[in-house]
Design a protein around this ligand. Structure first.
Ligand code: ZN
Length: 466
């Protein structure tokens, strides 16, 4: 039997509408060819499917994507898709939290363009981040949906596997799945909805039980993305099924489950201001997360508020990893004086400092100022993995306090099992939701408004399924 053909590709980033730093072409890396097939890592050939990689663009989360660049990239994707004849399916790797100034639903536009190109028969299966937004435009153009079920995300590959498997089975067994969704008027940060902390731990475990129900293929709960002030921002439940009515029942159950637990959504770690953090982290080796400027959530990553407080306190050997500043990096190449803080327009104090010592590694300047070591990065980037420190020849054991720009701790840092504290700092991903502008989001949405009447409805993207 001649093998059937699928294409693979997509775009993934998270965009804070509160960040002044626009994402452009140079912020994205593009994965193509064998590298893209390796990323998805699914044995399509075993299902008699020939997989044709297009491209997958991704960036460190940041501000809005420049509109012209987004449109150009979308057109390029469709152009390359057009070169592949008679596609039976397509696997789209998306995130769901893009923000483009003049496009309300960028993922929806992308997927609608793909649908227009491949026609109504082609099976479109998608993979999303659970911090993505959903819309009728997305749902009405797809046939199968799977999103991460862990945050922090440790099931990225497994999510690719789930959406690939639904695609492979639908093509080989000749059926067309359905996708139904229910918006849920709740919108909190990832830090309030970690799947390793209650109530989300139990809610996400229950998704596996819902998957066992008849006619159900894959159940999902989307937390949504809180730092984009946009009409489509919402949590949602999404079910891939072989029968819309069965899917709608489960979808509404998941929506009710999340809604009923909304008031239990809390940070999974100690939190407060920097002074409380320093008090809490007085004794043992500890980690402080500077959450408002976390680049993996869309923060700029250039703010020096915490550095300022640390230098003023001058308590103990501290490592700050890192602060993004190309200009400070360039200054340090020439001498010991440098200015740091807000140099990518992220705001906060600007400090003029003198380095006691400095060395360079992997586009970072590792600078010592009194008892504080600062990693000045030429590019915006996180330090969430132990490898990030090893690569810079930094021994964490020689410090008493580590400060990272992060929300909840990454699995690597969490596994150190040391006292940790999340500082609710200023920045483009400020955790104080009551202080962020809220002009576009739907009324009502918890916690921006507190209300108790909610009855979920399930939709296939075109009409209500009852
Ligand atoms: Zn995410």
């Amino acid at each position: 039997m001649a093998s059937k053909k699928i294409a693979i590709g997509g775009i993934s980033t998270e965009c804070s509408s509160y960040s002044p730093l626009y994402q452009k072409e140079s912020d994205f890396t593009v994965v193509r060819g064998q590298e893209l097939l390796d990323l998805v890592d699914f044995p399509f050939a075993d299902y008699n499917l020939e997989a044709q990689p297009i491209f997958f663009s991704k960036s460190v989360p940041g501000g809005p994507i420049e509109s012209q660049y987004f449109s150009q990239l979308k057109e390029q994707f469709v152009k390359e898709l057009k070169l592949i004849d008679s596609l039976d399916g397509i696997l789209l790797l998306m995130h769901g939290a893009m923000y483009v100034d003049d496009i309300e639903d960028p993922e929806g536009e992308w997927i609608a363009s793909v649908r227009k190109e491949v026609g109504p028969k082609c099976i479109i299966s998608v993979s999303f981040d659970l911090h993505g937004q959903m819309t009728n435009q997305i749902i009405s153009n797809i046939d199968a949906f799977a999103a991460f079920k862990t945050a922090p995300h440790i099931d990225v590959k497994d999510t690719y596997r789930r959406s690939s498997l639904m695609l492979a089975k639908a093509i080989n067994e000749g059926y067309r799945p359905y996708v139904v969704w229910s918006p849920i008027p709740v919108l909190v940060s990832g830090e309030m909805s970690s799947t390793f902390v209650e109530p989300c731990q139990s809610i996400y475990e229950s998704l596996d039980l819902y998957n066992l129900e008849s006619n159900i293929l894959d159940c999902n709960l989307m937390i949504g993305y809180v730092w984009a002030d946009t009409k489509r921002a919402t949590a949602s439940s999404i079910v891939t099924c072989t029968d819309e009515k069965s899917g709608a029942i489960i979808c509404k159950s998941i929506a009710n489950l999340y809604w009923d637990n909304r008031k239990k959504l809390k940070y999974g770690m100690k939190s407060g201001d920097i002074h409380s953090a320093l008090e809490f982290c007085k004794d043992d080796f500890s980690i402080i997360a500077d959450s408002g400027d976390n680049p993996t959530a869309g923060g700029v990553g250039d703010r020096a508020d915490i550095l300022k407080a640390i230098l003023e306190a001058d308590l103990k050997e501290t490592l700050i990893a890192g602060i993004a500043s190309k200009s400070a990096y360039d200054e340090l190449k020439k001498g010991n004086q440098f200015t740091i803080g807000g140099t990518f327009s992220g705001g906060g104090p600007s400090l003029i400092l003198t380095a006691d010592s400095v060395y360079f590694q992997n586009q970072c300047a590792i600078v010592k100022v009194n008892k504080t070591t600062i990693v000045v990065t030429k590019l915006r980037r996180p330090f969430h993995m132990l490898k990030d420190f090893n690569d810079l020849k930094i021994n964490l054991r020689s410090f008493q306090l580590l400060i990272v720009k992060s929300g909840y701790l990454s699995p690597d840092l969490e596994n150190l099992s040391v006292p940790s504290f999340m500082v609710l700092s200023d920045g483009a991903v400020n955790q104080d939701l009551s202080s962020i502008p809220n002009k576009q989001r739907n009324r009502n949405i918890y916690p921006f408004q507190d209300f108790c009447d909610f009855t979920p409805q399930a939709s296939n993207g075109k009409s209500i399924v009852s």
